[in-house]
Write a protein that binds this ligand. Structure first.
Ligand code: PLP
Length: 456
């Protein structure tokens, strides 16, 4: 009740804030849940309710909430050098330490770092740098990006153009750059009747080749993809997909960009998902778990070949005309360094494999449930997709009807999941134990039963 008081956080939120990814009119009606504090895999609201954060915030709090080592590292850096920029030959030790650490962790194909504040800015930076690179090497017509439907690469004007979700385009006049969205590599939903998974892969590869032939390789700059799609519905691509995409890109002088904003730093059980799928991208994009989102930070890591062309062009023009006030922010970078040290010291990538195996196993038990169309995932990321008609994979009308109920029921049972339409996502902190995974899934199961009853 206290949160409904006129001057409460609750009341002032409704009065003053326009929330991202929220129905504003519904928000005025139902108000916010005020998250007050967090500890480990749990967050608490201002009414004292305790939730398992089954989404690690937004796929991001790898080390869990309330990690004192990170708070201390941030405080030390704030006292020593709270801010400095990295323009015009200035630098700071935390950003250099982090860049070195990233180059050592990432696939050998990438080794030069550009820092931004968010994943969206990182993907905008990727497009700008690749255009700059192609202009510099005398290929100004190479502008088009290949992405996929259901992809999520951010929401700024350019990264939002790469995103392949209609809700992120609608009424925003996107896309604004030349982009072709290829078929989402999701066999269960997009495979044809009678088509095997291998045939589905062949068809996706054929589509890529046909698109290149139609547009002309000399007009296509790059292919961007999340190795495992996240916000579009946790789609794990079919066997063999990524190496074949890489091969075709290489053959056609099309750069391959791995958007590892969600999958980076252990989420799928390897340091980066590129390792799991056996690819060596020309550009790798990271954010979220880089700093467990304790501070805004993202990094674009590019190949030496791209760097060399860009560097020559900056010499020709006199500077690189791109950068943010907070590029290489010392506090964000100090936080990231401590966060990545914790991930390493506590063996959290190995834990993602161990707890991830239990997550996939426990969720698989819902496969026969009448509301469940598909359970899919890898490591510590998964989705349970709810359907109106199991046999025909029919979506709910309207889409999101069941997801919204389950999302709310989840809160009642003390678990925060994410409903992307009727796809219920799990992406808990990498610190989660196997027992905690079982408890999280038990709470989800209770919410699922309530949802089933409510829909009858
Ligand atoms: N790329 C991927 C794969 C993401 O999942 C996200 C965010 O969820 C972004 C880019 C955009 O990151 P941000 O929200 O920090 O702009």
């Amino acid at each position: 009740m206290s949160s409904a008081l006129p001057n409460s956080v609750y009341a002032r939120d409704v009065e003053y804030i326009l929330h991202p990814v929220t129905n504003a009119r519904k928000h005025e009606e139902v108000g916010p849940i005020v998250i007050d504090r967090g500890e480990g895999i749990y967050v608490y609201d201002d009414r004292g309710n305790k939730y398992i954060e089954g989404m690690a915030g937004l796929w991001s709090v790898a080390v869990g909430f309330g990690e004192k080592r990170i708070a201390d590292a941030a405080y030390r850096q704030l006292q020593k050098l709270p801010y400095y920029h990295t323009f015009s030959h200035k630098t700071n030790a935390p950003s250099v330490d982090l860049a070195e650490r990233l180059v050592k962790m990432t696939p050998a194909s990438v080794n030069r770092v550009f820092f931004t504040n968010s994943g969206s800015e990182a993907n905008d930076t990727v497009v700008k740098l690749i255009w700059y690179y192609n202009n510099a090497r005398g290929k100004p017509q190479k502008k088009r990006f290949l992405a996929r439907t259901n992809a999520y690469h951010g929401i700024t004007m350019v990264s939002g153009s790469l995103t392949g979700l209609p809700v992120n385009h609608r009424d925003f006049d996107l896309p604004i750059i030349p982009v072709t969205h290829l078929t989402c590599p999701h066999y269960w939903r997009n495979g044809l009747p009678q088509e095997t998974e291998a045939q589905f892969t062949d068809r996706l590869i054929q589509e890529l080749e046909d698109t290149i032939a139609k547009e002309g390789a000399d007009t296509i700059a790059a292919f961007i993809g999340e190795p495992v799609m996240g916000a579009g519905g946790v789609m794990v691509p079919p066997e063999g997909y990524w190496p074949r995409v890489q091969e075709i890109c290489r053959k056609n002088d099309i750069l391959l960009i791995a958007d590892e904003v969600i999958t980076g730093f252990g989420r799928v059980g390897t340091t980066f998902a590129c390792e799991h799928f056996g690819i060596e991208p020309d550009v790798l994009v990271t954010s979220k778990q880089i700093a467990s989102s304790y501070a805004p930070l993202a990094a674009v890591i590019m190949s030496d070949a791209i760097y060399q062309v860009i560097a020559d062009n900056t010499a020709k023009i006199g500077t690189l005309g791109h950068g943010f006030t907070t590029t290489g922010h010392p506090v964000s970078c100090a936080i990231a360094n401590e966060n990545l040290a914790i991930i390493e010291e506590r063996g959290l990538i190995e834990n993602a494999r161990v707890s991830g195996a239990v997550l996939q196993e426990e969720l698989a038990k819902f496969r026969d449930h009448p509301l469940v169309g598909e359970v899919r995932g890898i490591g510590l990321i998964a989705v349970v997709e709810l359907v109106a008609d199991k046999a025909n994979k029919t979506r709910f009308d309207p889409v999101g009807k069941a997801g919204a109920i389950l999302f709310a029921k989840g809160h009642e049972h003390g678990v925060i999941v994410r409903a992307m339409g009727d796809q219920i996502a799990f992406c808990p902190p990498l610190i989660i134990t196997t027992d905690e995974v079982r408890e999280m899934v038990r709470r989800f199961g209770a919410a699922l039963e309530d949802t089933y009853a409510a829909l009858k």
